[in-house]
Write a protein that binds this ligand. Sequence first.
Ligand code: ATP
Length: 215
Amino acid sequence: MALHCFYGGTFDPVHLGHLAIARAARDQLQATIRLMPASDPPHRPAPGATAEQRLQMLALAVHGEPGLVVDRRELDRSGPSYSVETLRELRQTLGPLQPLALLVGADSFVGLPTWHQWRRLFDLAHFVVAERPGVSLDQQLPAELQQVVSRRWASASSQLHEQPAGLVFRLRHPLQPESASQLRALVASGGQWKPLVPAPVADFIEAHALYTARE
Ligand code: ATP
């Protein structure tokens, strides 16, 4: 069955690391990847750009990219973007049998036990975990998470198409050093930040004078 894959994040701003992961997931999973900006991030401080600006930058970044689309559902809902709520909403639309996956970076995944109702997430969706520099999925999983995922690792991406939820797939791809907070700091300090984003996103950041204040 077709796998529905959602990639949530603050995307403040979207950078080449995000895009590389989304492309790797698209190609390895044979699925359209829906990039879904969060409205009011529950896991980190308030973003530097408005939600609509973050959405516009995402639209610029995926323009003309096959298999990558932007999904604004979390912006159209009031309140914080808890993944468990988004996945419940998606399940209502897709029904109980359709395979559904959430794409996250390794740093997000090791922090999963801080997420709202995190154990429920495995009933609702698979996780696709992208490796990230500085985070070891072999050594840094908290014990309670390790316990939950130990019997869930998928050895092949095809397994994610065969059941609706509950597996964890490790997305292996060339490591991507980019980070949004590092990029914002570079903009504020007048450093070399443009190579970290697609050209239309760089133009947008300049046109709206985003991230010029130091955090
Ligand atoms: P920050 O650097 O400020 O923490 P970020 O670059 O992680 O921000 P987010 O919008 O928070 O940007 O990331 C969305 C998702 O993408 C998260 O799950 C994050 O782990 C993942 N991600 C972002 N950048 C990378 C990267 N370079 N490699 C792997 N995963 C990444």
